[in-house]
Design a binder for this molecule. Sequence first.
Ligand SMILES: [Zn+2]
Length: 315
Amino acid sequence: MATRPDSAWLTPHRLMATSIAVAVLTLGFKTLAWWLTGSVGLLSDALESLVNVAGATFGLWMVTVAARPADEDHPFGHDKAEYFSSGFEGILIIVAALAIVWAALPRFWHPQPLQQLGPGLALSVLSAVLNGALGWIMLRASRRHRSMALEGDARHLITDVWTSAGVVLGLLLVMATGWHWVDPAVAIVMALNILFEGGQLIWRSTQGLMDAAVEPEVQAQVDAVVGRFVQAQAATPGLRVDHAMSRRAGQRLFLSVHLHLPADWSLRRAAALGGELERALLAALPQLHVSIQLLPLDTEPAGVPAAGEEDACTP
Ligand SMILES: [Zn+2]
């Protein structure tokens, strides 16, 4: 039977708290595994968990900040705080990767025999299973909540599973062949993979901070609502909605549009129709923050080219 991990209980806050607990637990397991075996591969795995503890703690703080309602200092809300969490975690991942390389390199010149590989491997596999299960649940939740903090943490946990799998395979190879150089080699390959993952997280959070537009499917929903609205006002010739601009900030969507109306309408009448458009948009997209500018048919605000001319002006 398929379980339903996307229940309402799985809030970003609770998932982050669970993530910290699991990170502490796997840090213990992996440190013990390294201490038992002396493997730098397992040390690299343990360092990853240490990064998880720090990253998840920061992530928890960030989803707490992001969930705060808008206030006087931040009238648009705190949603973008999540992008810092993701960027911060990316930097931590890169630092961990460099630490692994630093620990592994001397082992090529001074190979050391590994001990008690059986219990060490068992601890590593147990940690990987824990991380994999939590990472999968968090990745699903991050899509539903559009939470960068959750996504950053989830991707990191899933990277950890691959790290652990590579380390375990390397150690099995050492057991089978007695080639001690395999252990540091695996650690360095894993470090390169971790570097790549960290770079991607940083890239994604910069895109969030750059005020990207809403996704095409969300834009299509907005267009459909606006299209129906304009159609319903067919009795008013020339009425149009133009100059739509959107941006996403975490879970929040911002949309601004012009509503052009006949110049002789009363302000009361114009505002009532603007309110109608706003309610129609909010009914389709409850997380939307709409700002509608009411304008006469033949007027655009200073510095704004008339709709249609925009494209003609762009080289
Ligand atoms: Zn306009």
